[in-house]
Design a protein around this ligand. Structure first.
Ligand SMILES: Nc1ncnc2c1ncn2[C@@H]1O[C@H](COP(=O)(O)OP(=O)(O)O)[C@@H](O)[C@H]1O
Ligand SMILES: [Mg+2]
Length: 471
């Protein structure tokens, strides 16, 4: 699954690249503190209701999202910003909240079963934040004093004086600590840490203030600053991994190298059960917490009935991420059945979803989006050209108009103009057909194409059906 990205940092990496993607102008949802959508913000324009709804979802996720298995469907015509909004959400998630993007068609193109692919996508979207906290004492040794009883019998005892730049404290030493100090050959002037739980002592180096003892120390001695602040410190290490990463690392047949090659294959159910159990134990001990992320399934209507029933079940799992789906279908056939259903999804699945609908853009909004795209692609365009392009966007599609930006900038460059003008737009408009004109042309010349099925009966083919089109 080369195109799935597990986290937002990955997405940021992609936007850093020189290439400009379809959504590279999107940097967030463009909401204010009250989750109201700004007319324009972070590359987003209009579609206020849907953006606000997405913002509410986002807030829920960020606040810890106690409710597993929330799912939303973004429904709307092509080019109304469904994918763009999902990208905006991804960019606003916290750095360690997993975001997985899956084009529904990927499910069918992997060397594993559909349900396995979906399970992996689900588990990629759940993070486990593992906390390791330890209390340590860190300071420079001022003095070690060990009392030996005159008889040589009984417990050894002693005192250790440690200091930071701000304080100095004396600690009582037990026999175990004395042994540990001896073993590490700790002496006055060393900077050491003591792990309070395990009693482990580690030497960080010699304090700079003792640098003049250098001769006696040997040349491999490391010198460090005397620590500042309190002697007792808490050290916390936090790292987040996804359940899927844990699965892969722990499945013996794969090993962690599979994470890099992406060639993970199918993972045994037992492995997953073990991981779930382990994570459960860690949660109880307070060592780990679950970070529910987001799974975005684009073009979800491409999934079939088996996948949909898998989704029904998977959404009920206590370890389910927030699932966002996007569909551009109206009432259409559910793949794998002969039944028609809204958005191409079965009604029992629809029943579990909150639906956000996206609507067509107004003319000023289209103009604004095109302006943002011009900036993103570094294309200068005159106002008149923008107006024409906006009209084209209204009459054909937003995507088509966006595509013309690049093409027209090439034409303008060719005539060595600084900015794209009306003539350049007209030129590319005549060179590249949009969908409507293409259909128009097909209707006129359909006889010359292969396998055409429209209106065969009432038209006399011009040349012959089997004739291959020549370009
Ligand atoms: N509200 C918006 N603000 C800025 N750009 C948008 C907006 N809506 C769509 N776009 C851009 O228009 C193009 C088509 O939108 P897209 O999100 O791919 O549509 P959909 O997924 O609904 O078919 C993309 O390049 C997208 O980034
Ligand atoms: Mg899309």
């Amino acid at each position: 699954m080369a195109s799935t990205s597990t986290d937002t940092t990955g997405l940021r990496d992609i936007t850093k690249m020189e290439r400009i993607g379809a959504h590279s102008h999107i940097h967030g949802l463009g909401l204010d503190d009250n989750l109201e959508a700004r007319e324009t913000g972070q590359g987003m324009v209009g579609q206020l209701k849907a953006r606000r709804a997405a913002g509410v979802m986002l807030k829920m996720i960020q606040d810890g999202n106690k409710n597993a298995g929330r799912a939303i469907l973004m429904a709307g015509a092509p080019g109304t910003g469904k994918t763009a909004i999902a990208m905006g959400m991804a960019q606003s998630l916290g750095a360690d909240v997993p975001f997985t993007m899956l084009a529904a068609s990927e499910i069918f193109s992997l060397e594993m079963s559909k349900t396995e692919a979906l399970t992996q996508a689900f588990r990629r979207s759940i993070g486990v934040r593992i906390k390791e906290e330890s209390e340590i004492i860190e300071g420079e040794v001022v003095e070690i004093q060990i009392d030996r009883s005159t008889t040589g019998l009984g417990q050894k005892s002693g005192k250790l004086t440690l200091k930071t730049t701000e304080m100095e404290t004396m600690y009582d030493l037990g026999a175990k600590m004395i042994d540990a100090l001896n073993k590490e050959k700790v002496m006055a002037g060393d900077v050491i840490t003591i792990d309070k739980a395990s009693g482990r002592i580690s030497k960080l180096g010699r304090s700079f203030t003792r640098a003049r003892d250098y001769d006696a120390m040997g040349s491999d001695t490391k010198f460090v600053q005397c620590p500042d602040g309190e002697l007792q410190k808490r050290k916390e290490v936090v790292h987040t991994v996804s359940l899927h990463e844990m699965d892969v690392i722990n499945s013996r047949s794969q090993g962690f190298l599979a994470l890099f090659s992406g060639d993970t294959g199918e993972i045994k159910t037992e492995v997953r059960e073990q991981i779930n159990q382990k994570v459960g134990e860690w949660r109880e001990e307070g060592k780990a917490e679950i970070v529910p992320g987001v799974l975005f399934i684009d073009e979800v209507h491409v999934l079939d009935i088996e996948c949909f029933s898998f989704l029904n079940r998977a959404l009920e799992d206590p370890l389910a991420p927030v699932v966002i789906m996007a569909s551009n279908r109206g009432i259409s056939k559910i793949r794998g059945t002969n039944y028609k259903s809204p958005h191409g999804l079965p009604v029992d699945l629809l029943d579990r979803l909150l639906i956000i609908s996206t609507t067509a853009y107004t003319e000023p909004e289209i103009k604004q989006i095109l302006t943002i795209r011009c900036e993103e692609e570094d294309v200068q365009m005159t106002e008149d050209a923008k107006d024409i392009l906006t009209r084209i966007g209204m009459e054909t599609s937003l995507r088509y108009a966006i595509h013309l930006i690049t093409a027209s900038s090439f034409v303008a460059k060719k005539r060595k103009a600084a900015a794209v003008d009306v003539a350049d737009i007209k030129r590319v408009y005549s060179l590249f057909l949009d969908e409507k004109r293409s259909v128009q042309m097909l209707k006129e010349y359909q006889g010359q194409y292969m396998y055409n099925e429209i209106d065969m009966a009432d038209r006399e083919p011009a040349i012959g059906n089997s004739m291959q089109m020549s370009v």
